[in-house]
Design a protein around this ligand. Structure first.
Ligand code: S3P
Length: 169
């Protein structure tokens, strides 16, 4: 594996992708990119607005294009939206081009972390625990898994950097 591959951090909502992604980027002095923030800035609408106007299918379409674009770039630390790599095509593209880490957390921990901002995440309005179960096989198919339930973001960022360095030699 060469060193300029993207480091891609994925996992369900509330697993710590953005917090940990930023820390990894700082440690490696790499540019950081959050796919949701990138979509919002390019489309000029918030995520709830995109869902309201174009439906989830519209959002997934934009997300797929973003995924392919980012896979063609190198050198970033990327945090994905929680659903991006549930799509098998997106997952294959990122696994083939980057170092992908899937973060996990127990439903109890996820519930606590997400309590603050449910209105930012359209899919939290529904049965998100059911969604987590449905997506589990897709997340579990990613080879590198880290449970964030009981450890600090700093500890996890450190582990990702070590794994990345080990995979890069
Ligand atoms: C989604 C997760 C969100 C965002 C959108 C859909 C999902 O990102 O992409 O609301 O399908 O799990 P976060 O995981 O950063 O909340």
């Amino acid at each position: 594996m060469t060193n300029d591959r993207n480091i891609v951090i994925t996992g369900f909502m509330g697993t710590g992708k953005s917090t940990i992604g930023r820390l990894v980027a700082e440690r490696l002095q790499r540019p950081y990119l959050d796919t949701d923030a990138e979509i919002v800035s390019r489309v000029g609408m918030s995520i709830p607005e995109i869902f309201a106007r174009q439906g989830e299918a519209g959002f997934r379409h934009i997300e797929r294009r973003m995924c392919r674009f980012l896979a063609s770039q190198g050198g970033y630390v990327i945090s994905t939206g929680g659903g991006m790599l549930v799509d098998e095509g997106n997952r294959d593209v990122m696994l083939a081009s980057g170092f992908v880490v899937c973060l996990t957390a127990s439903p109890e921990v996820i519930a606590k972390r997400l309590l603050g901002d449910p209105e930012d995440r359209p899919l939290l309005q529904g049965d998100w625990r059911g969604l987590l179960e449905k997506r589990r096989p897709a997340y579990e198919s990613i080879p590198v898994q880290i449970d964030t339930s009981t450890r600090t973001p700093d500890e996890i960022a450190e582990e990702i950097v070590s794994l990345w360095q080990a995979a890069s030699v």
